[in-house]
Write a protein that binds this ligand. Structure first.
Ligand code: F0G
Length: 461
């Protein structure tokens, strides 16, 4: 019996959505039908869905009330002005451009700034920012600190950028080839780790000196600000909103997926200081997303985001939110299940190659763990390892694997209780005890791009 205390949820439940645990026989059938790919499993057959924390939040009663208030005017809706005010209040930039989600914000910003042959440094680019840089014929460069790749380091800000590397990179390529520098907060592709204010300040100073615009990929800005409050000297007495404003005061703008720290199911935006650039981004926006006061969203969505941004910086919420991941982490520690330390704000990243050391990288231990987890418990997680990022080197014909073989347990915001998390931890403890019952896999059908979404597998063993 564990003595680890679960965090108490700072809300009570007003509406419920039923979930059902399918029987073992059904789970087996479902896995086979999906070609052992959890992306192919109908959500109805999933008991606890930890595939992503994006667009999966539970909205508050006040947000739902806002949905009723939505002003659906094509131009100049009241909802837009409420949304604009909420974004300005936290981010501090004059211009606010709504988009339907984060990747649309990225595409539009890069269309306005990035040319063929350019380089865009970040701590670690998320897949969609990388793809949106590369589709412009430019190169996305990851310059995270060395600790950012070390799953055992207990450094409190493993999302920090290596500033010396950034300076050397700017000196080598020349500032004209670098249209912007980005920082992802928190660093989703690097274990969900935060970036410190000290690092933000330094990156900003380097960019200002070189005359390069500096933008945040701000999806999880509130969790990042919370970690600054808790872990960085001098911030304990500041509010999270004030810390967020300070973070953004060092930058020229941000792209945002409101599906994360906007506490909504759809939406995003670009916000920035430069009026000329904003003007040109708005004309790009109108071609594909819509008029600049709705940008592909309904008025009601803008209302929900405006309220979500107020709720996400509440300290009761953030204390509970980050304690949830830490609680799951502590249960996994107790069961001896290794994960990337410290626990991230929005997810736990399991170290699949350590949990399943007998499965070689060629047989995808991370993928095998997602299959085992569904089989054991109908819990869905996502592999971030050899299937997602592995590829064949065209020159040598050999497989190249990413440094880390991980499985992400992403926590939807305000959706699952501590009991759900202890169920997940128990399932993982059982898999960890009976690792000889988990098999590697081979790919039997593979698409040309982004193979993890649709590839089919068979088990080896
Ligand atoms: N940037 C980061 C750091 C992200 O994590 C995501 C999405 C995006 C940008 C793109 O935003 O989905 O609204 O277009 N991450 C999701 C995830 C998909 O599961 O981590 P979007």
């Amino acid at each position: 019996m564990t003595t680890i205390k679960p965090p108490v949820e700072p809300f009570r439940i007003k509406t419920v959505e039923s979930v059902h645990l399918p029987s073992r026989a059904v789970r087996e059938q479902v896995l086979r039908k999906a070609g052992f790919n959890v992306f192919g499993i109908p959500a109805e057959k999933v008991f606890i869905d930890l595939l992503t924390d994006s667009g999966t939040a539970a909205m508050s009663d006040v947000q739902w009330a806002g949905i009723m208030r939505g002003d659906e005017s094509y131009a100049g809706a009241r909802s837009f002005f409420r949304f604009e005010k909420a974004v300005r209040n936290l981010f501090g930039f004059e211009h606010v451009i709504p988009t339907h989600q984060g990747r649309a914000a990225e595409r539009i910003l890069f269309e306005g700034l990035v040319k063929k042959g350019d380089f865009v440094p970040s701590n670690i680019h998320f897949d969609t920012t990388r793809a949106n840089v590369e589709v412009r014929g430019a190169t996305a460069v990851d310059l995270v600190s060395d600790e950012g790749y070390d799953p055992d380091s207990d450094c409190p800000f493993k999302g920090d950028m290596n500033v010396a590397k950034l300076e050397a990179f700017i000196a080598a390529k020349g500032r004209t080839r670098i249209p912007l520098v980005m920082l992802t907060v928190t660093n989703n592709s690097g274990g969900g780790q935060p970036v410190s204010m000290a690092n933000i300040r330094k990156v900003s100073a380097v960019c200002r000196k070189a005359g390069i615009p500096f933008f945040f990929d701000a999806c999880r800005f509130a969790e990042n600000a919370w970690y600054i409050k808790r872990r960085e000297k001098g911030y304990a007495r500041k509010t999270v909103a004030a810390i967020a404003r300070e973070m953004f005061s060092h930058a020229d703008g941000a792209t945002m997926s409101a599906k994360k720290d906007g506490l909504v199911n759809i939406g995003g935006f670009i916000t920035l200081a430069d009026g000329e650039l904003a003007k040109s981004l708005k004309s790009i926006l109108i071609i594909s997303e819509g008029f600049y006061t709705y940008g592909g969203l309904a008025g009601r969505d803008l209302e929900a985001i405006a309220q979500g941004l107020a709720e996400v910086v509440e300290e009761d919420y953030l204390a509970y939110r980050t304690a949830q991941a830490a609680y799951l982490g502590a249960l996994l520690d107790e069961a001896g299940v290794p994960y990337f330390k410290p626990a991230g704000g929005s997810a736990i990243y399991l170290l699949a190659d350590r949990i399943l050391p007998d499965i070689p990288r060629e047989q995808f231990p991370g993928w095998a763990l997602t299959v085992a987890l569904y089989r054991e418990s109908a819990v869905r997680a996502v592999e971030i390892g050899g299937v997602m990022f592995g590829h064949k080197d065209p020159r040598t014909g050999k497989m190249v694997f990413p440094r880390l073989e991980m499985v992400r347990l992403a926590l939807p915001r305000r959706v699952y209780t501590a009991a759900h998390l202890s169920y997940v931890a128990e399932a993982l403890a059982a898999i960890n005890r009976h690792r000889d019952r988990v098999w590697g896999l081979r790919i039997v059908d593979e698409p040309r791009f982004l193979r993890h979404f649709t590839a089919r597998f068979e088990e080896i063993g």
